[in-house]
Design a protein. Sequence first.
Length: 229
Amino acid sequence: MRMYQFDSVATDVLLSDQSKSSSSRRRCCRRCRSLFSSHQFYLLAKQISIQVTQLRRTGEQWLKQEIHSSCLSMVWKIVIIAVAMVISSIIIAGAIAAAQVLGGGFDIPDDIGQQPRGGGGSGQGSQQQQQGSSPAAVNGTKVSIIDNSKSNSYSPNPVEIKAGETITWVNDDSAVHTATSNDGTFDSDVLRRGQTFSFTFDKAGEYPYFCAIHPNMIGTVVVVAAAAS
């Protein structure tokens, strides 16, 4: 195919470039060109050359379309993957948050609740917080902190003691809690499971308190005056 195409082009150039030759030579060349142009191989070469050109153009168009389609497909795949990753991240974050809420606890750093605050400004007692142990060391009267979904989240409630005695709150729940008085007299900070908080009441009276993390949890300490010696 290439040979025919080359010969036909070369012959056209050769036979057409005879302007400086003699008239007899020019007539001979025209005759040869006429004979050659009508030859079946020459005609076949012409047809093949046209078909090759059309085939090349068709191939180039097909290649451009394939490249364009591949690029679009790649872009859509990247977009779909990115959207799927964002949606999965949102779902995972929501599931973690829901698990924490349903579990009744919060993700609180370990350093929170390790250092107890000082007693309230009224100077009505002293407090102490201890790390969790099993079983928890109890000083004085024990008040157990249990499931916050029940009304008796502090047990016993109310708790009654004499002035000068100590109450120790023990967190027996899997969630974190506090024992915080309404008037600021005492505050346990955050108690994890097994941790304890002790407070000595020096003055008679009623001391309502609650859980700062779960405000529905409430309790009362009743302090009666010590018997005169």
